[in-house]
Design a protein around this ligand. Structure first.
Ligand SMILES: [Fe+2]
Length: 173
């Protein structure tokens, strides 16, 4: 049968592969219920969207208010970011991430995220691969985060706030 003979609007007729994971659909990435935001540090929260344990990455919204700082850290793998709200910068760079903008962070990047005085809060979608290594100003390791520590933080917070430990499961693949 030639390609032209096929109805382009005919859906795929077969089952998805048996080993394929289920999709994740989140109608509103900005949650109505503030408890969905997981506290990470003073004036810093994250909202999980996809916690990909099988491939070692996570997609989340990061929210930082004026007084907040995301501690100095080094990336072992790439990061993709899209700014939904506000504006922020890294102490280590001159450029400013603006609302509507995209940022790529290559492996090897070490930086400290801050929000300027005139911005009430910023919200950015980040896809973070591999490991975030928290370091001192000279690169000495102080701690780390990966998809597994993120899952643990979610589970603990969702238990404490009443959403339940199982609330995080919908984001895990
Ligand atoms: Fe980073």
């Amino acid at each position: 049968m030639a390609l032209d003979d096929l109805d382009p609007r005919m859906p795929y007729q077969l089952a998805m592969p048996g080993e394929a994971q289920s999709d994740i659909v989140i109608p509103a990435v900005l949650p109505e219920d503030d408890r969905v935001w997981v506290p990470q540090a003073e004036n810093v929260w994250f909202r999980p969207l996809c916690l990909n344990a099988s491939q070692g990455y996570w997609v989340n919204l990061l929210k930082v208010t004026r007084a907040g700082i995301l501690s100095r850290h080094r990336h072992t793998n790439p990061v993709h970011g899209y700014v939904l709200k506000g504006r922020w910068k890294y102490l280590e760079h001159d450029w400013v991430a603006e609302e509507g903008g995209y940022v790529y962070e290559p492996p090897g990047e070490t930086h400290t995220l801050t929000v300027p005085e005139d911005v009430e809060e910023m919200i950015t979608l980040f896809q973070v691969n591999g490991l975030m290594l928290y370091v001192d100003p000279w690169g000495k390791a102080l701690g780390f985060e990966d998809v597994f520590t993120k899952i643990d933080m979610c589970r603990k917070h969702y238990t404490d706030c009443g959403l339940g430990a199982g609330f995080v499961d919908q984001f895990i693949r």
